[in-house]
Ligand binder design. Structure first.
Ligand SMILES: [Mg+2]
Length: 313
């Protein structure tokens, strides 16, 4: 499999995972146990047609576009997030039906002149998954770089909407894991290597106690009851890794993520990104990709993004 197959798998996988989760967002796990999602649904929570991605997908696409056109320019990236909020840029159907509190506050600050890198809230309450859900393109853009460089760039990109150390470090963990998948590692190998690299970067960081379980526990052995699926950044990161580690195909992974319930679109989006990177673009069900709107625009955008990366073959 080429790196391009993996990158396209990650990008389409994120959108597909988001869209699978949108119709059942906020419903509890018990509702999914009784009525599991098995494919693209229409309507439901947000009354959207099948294949509609949410804020996760839209902000991820704004990030892809910014990286493809401007490279490392976070002011531009933040500006495109504002364009999403004000004009529906990169929405599936022109409508914004879902936005996190921290993201709304941060984009308001950018609009009033605060530099994008300083816009994200930094309190303990600002540790939702709103930067993790959109960080994949940044992770892809700096996956071949030195870990200190990767960490700095990913943390700064997180801070556009989520500036607390926990959300920033969760994004770095995600980006390190992405770089391992992109290099063709198995999920377990990727996790072990990612743990070593993360420890080397942050051994003395005040947030390290929060990451202790993720760094030491045999994650794949955890029971579903030990996997949270709320909008808390550590839940989304842990759940997405767990879904990848405990399944053997793109479809199985992404449906397992959505059927955890609660913040289904974001868990689906992050897990779908991982699974797309692992299994590649062709492993995503054709009917799921066909359900996405704006497919020509997506294909052109992703082609420009891949061409902008240093070495993507
Ligand atoms: Mg969403």
């Amino acid at each position: 499999m080429t790196k391009t197959d993996r990158i396209l798998g990650g990008l389409y996988g994120s959108l597909v995972g988001d869209a699978l989760g949108v119709p059942v967002e906020f419903a509890p796990r018990s509702a999914r146990t009784a009525d599991p999602v098995t494919g693209m649904r229409a309507y439901g929570t947000h009354h959207q047609p099948a294949g509609t991605w949410s804020d996760d997908g839209a902000l991820l696409l704004c990030s892809v576009e910014s990286l493809a056109e401007k490279g490392d320019d976070l002011q531009d990236m933040g500006g495109r997030f504002v364009k999403w909020l004000d004009q529906g840029h990169w929405t599936a159907h022109g409508e914004i039906f879902d936005i996190g509190i921290a993201t709304r506050s941060a984009l308001g600050r950018i609009r009033s002149g605060v530099p994008a890198e300083e816009a994200g809230g930094r309190s303990l309450h600002d540790n939702g998954n709103g930067s993790l859900m959109r960080i994949l393109p940044v992770a892809l853009a700096c996956s071949g770089w030195d870990d200190n460089f990767l960490s700095d760039r990913v943390q700064r990109a997180s801070a556009i909407t989520h500036g607390h150390g926990r959300a920033r470090l969760a994004c770095v963990f995600h980006a390190l894991f992405v770089s391992e998948l992109l290099a063709g590692r198995t999920p377990q190998e990727a996790l072990e290597s990612c743990r070593r690299r993360f420890l080397a970067l942050f051994a003395d960081h005040p947030e390290m106690p929060v990451f202790r379980d993720l760094l030491s526990e045999p994650l794949a052995d955890r029971s579903p009851d030990g996997i949270g699926s709320s909008g808390y950044v550590m839940d989304t990161l842990t759940a997405s890794l767990w879904c990848l580690l405990t399944t053997t195909s793109f479809s199985e992974c992404v449906l397992k993520a959505v059927n955890l319930g609660d913040d289904t679109d974001t868990t689906g989006c992050v897990a779908g990104g991982f699974a797309g990177l692992l299994y590649g673009r062709e492993a995503i069900l054709a009917e799921w990709v066909a359900a996405l709107p704006k497919r020509d625009d997506l294909a052109r955008l992703f082609e420009r993004f891949v061409e902008s990366l240093p070495s993507s073959s």
